[in-house]
Design a protein around this ligand. Structure first.
Ligand code: ACO
Ligand code: ACO
Length: 150
């Protein structure tokens, strides 16, 4: 398994990106402004992570997704560890990530990787997404914000 930057001429792996974010408009916006990393195995793109500089000294993981057949095998954790190293090497002081209130497994993973909850952006998903989102039988309304000092 290899983690590399998305090539400038390469098409982005939309089918993976859409697993983490149902809005293609939002995805296209941050793909243009951020850095995209691909996890590849045997020539196949199996996971993706997009990072964006949001404020001075702050980097954010805005999209992370692993191919459905390969979830729960430690790949997401490896990509987050790679993101932490990338942010440190580029001199960022803080790494942020946000996820929905209904993303129980993601919240577990991010805290296991060292992120701590810093706040809640109430009704973020109601304001920014046209369709209602449901996960684990819970409506996704609020964005849980987490961060890590690097
Ligand atoms: N309770 C406790 N721990 C849990 C739970 C739970 N309910 N669910 C998952 N976990 C833990 C696992 O135990 C594991 O930790 P461990 O290594 O200590 O056992 C960890 O979370 C999962 O780790 P990985 O196997 O590395 O995760 P995976 O490779 O599946 O990647 C990801 C995680 C990216 C969330 C993947 O499942 C995915 O693509 N999901 C769909 C898209 C998505 O939701 N992306 C994130 C949206 S938010 C954003 O993009 C900023
Ligand atoms: N992901 C998604 N859903 C989950 C998860 C999870 N990881 N864990 C539990 N749930 C859901 C279940 O699916 C179920 O929902 P459903 O009815 O839609 O299927 C629900 O949570 C659990 O419901 P119950 O079976 O009614 O819960 P239980 O009778 O176990 O009571 C309680 C819950 C009080 C937390 C009990 O487990 C307990 O006593 N735990 C130990 C003490 C404790 O932690 N108390 C709370 C501390 S905070 C406080 O006291 C204010």
């Amino acid at each position: 398994m290899e983690i590399r930057k998305l090539d400038k001429m390469e098409s982005p792996p939309n089918e993976l990106l859409l697993l983490a974010d149902p809005s293609i408009e939002m995805i296209e916006d941050y793909l243009n402004r951020g850095e995209t990393y691909i996890c590849e195995e045997g020539g196949e793109r199996i996971a993706v992570c997009v990072m964006l500089a949001t404020r001075p000294g702050t980097f954010e993981i805005v999209n992370i997704a692993v191919d459905e057949c390969r979830q729960g095998m430690g790949i997401g954790k490896k990509l987050i560890e790679h993101s932490i190293q990338t942010a440190r090497l580029q001199g960022f002081k803080t790494l942020e990530i946000g996820t929905g209130n209904s993303s129980i497994g993601q919240l577990a993973l991010y805290q296991k990787c060292g992120f701590r909850i810093t706040g809640v952006d109430r009704d973020y998903f109601v304001r920014h997404y046209k369709e209602d989102i449901f996960e684990s039988g819970i409506q996704c309304k609020d964005m849980i914000r987490l961060s890590m000092d690097l």
